[in-house]
Design a protein around this ligand. Structure first.
Ligand SMILES: [Mg+2]
Length: 312
């Protein structure tokens, strides 16, 4: 099947024309009209078979995850998702696989109002590159560079679930319920929008692990962070794993959490009480450099290496 026919067959239904999509998939370019006064937030991610996912992953999960990791970047800025561009490299044309991939993509896209406005396919090793654009109102955005000493550090959800799933899969064990954290992460778009509306101005999404990503906030903001290990939010599976193995690295450097890590001045902490989702205060921003992890007795834990994308 020619490339054009492939794009028409699988992807033309995903870009319904609307106020901001004047022309979607089907011509040389898409024609797009951003809403008046909005700024564009743009991000891109590549997922490569055996490096970022197991090659035999369910295509529905892969379609979902390809979009979810990009949505997570928009969530961390407080952006409203809008348009996607997709470049697919496929070893062969497998219609069942493509239908599954499109279904996984489409279900998540519809949930967050994402329109696929263009793309490209070619033959090669299985890899997916997606570019996503969202909208932010000027002045209403969350950055890595705005943390200040005295801010409190929060995270949404729980940490380490995807990393534990990956560890179990690598050991040939069934991760059960944890698998969905690794293969079907839920991007925190709604939470990101609420945080930015509430006035939060510093945020990052956790893709490489807490230490690495909070480290990016520290670096960009010119300060340090202190994290209290006993405050880290853990699911019961991860908590018992950590208790048995003592392996906290999985939690703070495992990666693939796709939760939000944000900071805000302690004086504005109460604004979080008005928000309809849970977040956990795990520490504070302090003067200095880097991220330190404290045990209950106040001693510093030596920090594990940051996440490296897995190679099978
Ligand atoms: Mg990110």
């Amino acid at each position: 099947m020619a490339e054009f026919a492939l794009i028409q067959r699988y992807f033309s239904g995903l870009s319904a024309p609307g106020q901001d999509v004047l022309l979607g998939v089907g011509d040389d370019c898409a024609l797009l009209q951003p809403p008046a006064g909005q700024q564009l937030a743009m991000t891109m991610d590549t997922l490569i078979a055996s490096r970022h996912f197991f090659p035999d992953i369910d295509p529905v999960s892969l379609g979902h995850k390809s979009l979810a990791v990009n949505l997570s970047d928009l969530a961390s800025m407080g952006a409203k998702p809008a348009w996607a561009l997709l470049s697919l490299s496929l070893p062969k044309i497998d219609h069942g696989w493509l239908q599954g991939f499109v279904r996984g993509f489409q279900t998540l896209a519809e949930r967050f109002g994402v329109r696929l406005v263009g793309g490209d396919t070619c033959q090669g090793e299985l890899s997916i590159t997606m570019q996503l654009t969202g909208f932010v109102e000027p002045g209403r955005k969350m950055l890595r560079s705005s943390a200040r000493p005295g801010d409190l550090v929060y995270v949404t959800g729980t940490l380490g679930d995807a990393a534990l799933a990956l560890q179990l899969l690598r050991a040939g064990k069934d991760p059960g319920e944890l698998r969905k954290h690794l293969e079907m992460p839920q991007p925190r778009i709604v939470e990101g929008r609420m945080l930015v509306e509430a006035g939060v101005r510093t945020c990052i999404d956790l893709s490489d692990g807490l230490v690495a990503d909070l480290g990016h906030i520290c670096e960009r903001s010119g300060c340090a962070a202190r994290v209290h290990a006993q405050r880290l939010p853990l699911s019961s599976r991860v908590r018992s794993h950590v208790q048995e193995s003592g392996d906290l690295a999985l939690v703070v450097a495992g990666g693939d959490d796709y939760e939000l890590c944000f900071t805000l001045p302690a004086s504005t902490q109460s604004l979080l009480e008005t928000l309809p989702f849970e977040s956990t205060c795990i520490g504070e921003i302090i003067p200095g450099k880097g991220v330190e992890l404290l045990q209950e007795d106040g001693n510093k834990l030596s920090l594990p290496q940051a996440w490296e994308h897995f190679v099978s």
